[in-house]
Design a binder for this molecule. Sequence first.
Ligand SMILES: [Zn+2]
Length: 448
Amino acid sequence: MRELQESFLHAGARRAATHLLATMSMTLLATLTLFPWATTAQDLTIRAGHLVDVARGTALTDQEIVVRDGVIVGTGPWRHSPGATPDGAFLDLSDRYVMPGLFDTHTHMSLVVDRQKDGGNFFVTSLLDNTPYRAIQGVANARDMLAAGFTTIRDVGNSGNYGDTALKSAITEGLVPGPTMHTAGRIIAPFGGQFFLQPEKRSLGEPEYFYADTPGEIVKAVRENLHFGADFVKIVVDDQRYIYSVDEIKLFVDEARRAGTYISAHCWTEQGARNAIAGGVHTIEHGPYMPNDVLEAAREAGVWIVGTEFTVEGLSQSFTGDDLSAIEAEHEAFVDRLRRAHALGVPYVFGSDIVYTKEGETRSSLTFTILDNFRKAGIPPADQLRAMTVNAARMMGLDNERGQISEGLAADIVAMPSNPLEDTRALEDIDVVVKDGRLFRMAGRTGY
Ligand SMILES: [Zn+2]
């Protein structure tokens, strides 16, 4: 506790400081007790040395953020005289860059591909790991993501039999810490899903995939998924020779829309992306092979690109096949597509699709490697931050709740020592995380 106090609470008027330390200690203790996550949000004042405005791409110095019941109720210049501090819980981040919590819009919390165990083949992973175990893996990944600064995620399926919706419920109920989640439930796909089965073992692709091959099956699959807790519907358009047609995709979109939600479409091929855009989907996941006219069609239709720009390592660890030149070509296709999408003004957001593991790394540390490709594509840091905050919130329909530090939005706030507007590698050093007004992490310590 002493080092926390020393690093965050600069000396001020003695009485104020003592009061402060007591308040902070209580706050920290509250976050470090056995069920820290169940504590209610406290009123909190934050002093931000540099407050990053992600929408404008600027930073203001010496600002304050006032939080009540987990919601930001005011921001503005720090207005207390030197040495004085506000009443109540106070977080002094006067030596930090402060910004809204990050979004990762393409995650699989309950899928952990381990090459030692499954050869890097997630079909094998789905056979070896049952849903309860995968939900527990999801708990660990969600906690790790939150500690790294990801306060909102979209989980796009591959969680066995609804492991993702169970994880979301546990987080929402305060049972375990984690980001705000939107989940897809079971991914709906033509027969086989993303796997290649043999006739004697035709059932092995379920429940990982929810097959829907006829209009009736499509409607039923959407309804069943939503019934079991999915927030949106994820479909695989084109991983088999038989890809979803425009009419089939329209049926998905209409059914989802009637229930107040949208279709997220996995597309790998050019034709798949064309069909998805014509069918009216909300997002294209991946989409490495989209020529400019397809990107322009996406822009005109308001379709978001969730890019999942894979690194060479990510491609080689997550999928079978060791043809390095093919992997490098695929990686380059992703970077080139991102560069063109940015130049053409197509709306895109940050989505990692990290499922692989690496010695000494965590899910969140690997997630940040995707930004290497944003840098490689020449995306300015401010636009990288928008793709991870305000634009991601818009895509998820959460822009009235999260994604910026402004009045009326949830207090999802992170801080780091250096300026992310200069270089987004700064995000890898996030060491303070506030989620819905609750201090979860501070200077390397986490509330769990
Ligand atoms: Zn994925």
